[in-house]
Write a new protein. Structure first.
Length: 276
């Protein structure tokens, strides 16, 4: 069954041809049987299967905790990610798989950091006089997106979370606010509560008197709205406000930059933010 599905629907030009080819009586299997078959496929193959017909789409996306997504999560996620609280705010197995595919990129980060085996945590090596960052595997040019970031070690003198284009540098000499140091990135320095862009401080954040400083392990939720072109932050369940407006209509990636040796930063993509 996997070979037949992976081979595709034949010479047809798109999903319509796939439905015509696979939509006959021979392919109208019970949903439970389809679910069992789908549980052996990888994400790329599942995306193709979802285009075949309404039944297949419903089987794949009707239950985000189905055996299909449980099996895929077990194959692509590290055991540590599933058994610890890293993904505690991602309630479904489909969401956990999606979070993994939106996690830090092992190929788009400073040479002085590495991504731990759990797939979600960046570890900065103790390199002197260097600022080091990382981007996620996937960026966004449309839609609304939310992710969580938290430090699991000392902040040092600079610890910045935010967004960056593909052109923004992910390593530089010295201990600086790398994220926000040019016109290709926007960041919030958790050490001094400054907003940074184009090498300048764009004011303090959040905009309130005696704003509390970040506490190690505290999860910050980042909200990117590419329709309104804004970047906002939440702490816990408190909305801290919009930090940046007028973002360009380009592909923007969740990113962080750190300076402290052996510090660790975890980033988990949550999906579309919940209003209210």
């Amino acid at each position: 069954a996997r070979g037949a599905m992976a081979a595709g629907p034949g010479p047809g030009p798109g999903p319509g041809a796939a439905a015509a080819s696979w939509g006959g009586p021979g392919w109208r299997l019970p949903g439970r049987v389809l679910e069992l078959v789908f549980s052996y496929l990888e994400l790329r193959e599942l995306r193709s299967c979802a285009l075949v017909c309404k039944l297949w789409h419903r089987v794949l996306h009707g239950d985000e905790n189905s055996e299909v997504w449980r099996s895929l999560a077990a194959r692509c996620l590290a055991e540590e990610a599933l058994r610890t609280d890293i993904l505690c705010n991602v309630p479904t197995y489909k969401g956990k798989v999606r979070a993994f595919h939106h996690a830090f990129s092992t190929n788009d980060c400073s040479r002085n950091v590495y991504i731990k085996k759990n797939g979600f945590t960046l570890h900065r090596n103790p390199i002197a006089q260097s600022t080091d960052g990382a981007r996620t595997k996937i960026g966004f040019s449309e839609g609304r997106h939310a992710w969580e970031v938290w430090w699991e070690g000392p902040l040092g003198t600079v610890a910045v979370i935010g967004i960056a284009t593909k052109r923004a540098a992910m390593q530089c000499q010295g201990y600086v606010a790398l994220l926000g140091s040019d016109d290709q990135s926007w960041g919030w320095n958790l050490v001094d509560n400054n907003l940074l862009h184009n090498g300048e401080v764009n004011g303090s954040f959040p905009q309130c008197n005696n704003a509390p400083k970040y506490q190690i392990g505290e999860r910050i939720r980042v909200i990117l709205d590419m329709e309104d072109k804004t970047l906002a932050f939440e702490r816990g369940y408190e909305f801290l406000g919009v930090a940046f407006r007028g973002l360009p209509k380009v592909c923007l990636y969740p990113a962080v930059s750190a300076v402290y040796g052996n510090t660790e930063v975890t980033l988990v993509y949550l999906g579309k933010p919940l209003d209210g």
